[in-house]
Design a protein around this ligand. Structure first.
Ligand code: APR
Length: 231
């Protein structure tokens, strides 16, 4: 990818970038997510109905993410951030911390992060790596006693800092999207915003995403195979 000293690169990553680290993607796994239907574990209604199940699910995902290691795709993005500094912006839909562990300094987790929790009432996120897997283990806020939930954006909730994302999209000159099926909005619409401004858009992944028609270039291959050479 040719980038000049004036270019600003906006990168959006999805579950595919962590696939080669052993973390399951959602689509392509038969509609099940680690054995669960999304609506049973990743919606406000699921939380309302069965918070123990939701915490068991996110505890399992914490455990899996802690055991995983970043791959060459994550590392390539960390390396280009080093070179481009604040002309580089990384927005991920992923809730794992593999970008950070590969060395990325500034990562925007638009769907929240696995390793933070927040009180339902106080709402302030705090670092939390604990596993809540027992039936009577619902964590409670130390200040107000209300239940603590994962700091995750569930289906039906609004992604974090959309204003910041749109501001970065507005000044990007190249948009690179990696490993996302193009089925979950608003992230799937970022490429259209880039197109309206006429900036170059590139997709990297082993198969075409649902919104493939919107990209200038589709590079078929895995993140770990393609990104180190491309960047
Ligand atoms: N390298 C790059 N891409 C890959 C790889 C790989 N090694 N392996 C799979 N992929 C691609 C698949 O081809 C697919 O297009 O990753 C994509 C994964 O798609 P999804 O599972 O739908 O993940 P994503 O698009 O990130 O999901 C968006 O939906 O599941 C919810 O909130 C969750 O943030 C997530 C959102």
């Amino acid at each position: 990818m040719d980038l000049s000293a004036d270019d600003r690169l906006f990168v959006l990553t999805g579950a595919g970038i962590s696939a080669e680290s052993g973390l399951a993607t959602f689509r392509g796994s038969g509609g099940l997510w680690n054995g669960h239907r999304v609506e049973d574990v990743a919606t406000p209604e699921a939380w309302e109905a069965n918070p123990e199940l939701v915490w068991r699910f996110y505890s399992m995902r914490r455990r899996d993410a802690m055991a995983a290691q970043p791959n060459a795709g994550h590392r390539a993005l960390a390396a280009i951030e080093q070179r481009m500094g604040d002309r580089f912006y990384l927005c991920t839909q992923n809730v794992d911390d593999l970008h950070e562990r590969a060395g990325s300094q500034r990562v925007h987790h638009m769907h929240g992060t696995l390793f933070q929790s927040r009180c339902e009432r106080c709402g302030v996120p705090f670092a939390d790596t604990a596993l809540y897997e027992g039936a009577d283990q619902l964590p409670q806020c130390e200040k107000c006693g209300r239940v603590v939930r994962p700091h995750i954006v569930w289906f039906g909730e609004i992604p974090l800092d959309m204003d910041g994302i749109y501001a970065e999209l507005d000044r990007a000159t190249v948009v690179l999207v990696v490993g996302t099926s193009g089925s979950v909005y608003p992230a799937a619409g970022f490429v259209n915003i880039a197109n309206r401004r006429g900036v170059r858009t590139v997709y990297v992944g082993p198969e075409e995403p649902l919104n493939a028609h919107a990209f200038n270039d589709i590079v078929l291959g895995t993140a770990a195979e393609v990104l180190p050479g491309m960047l």
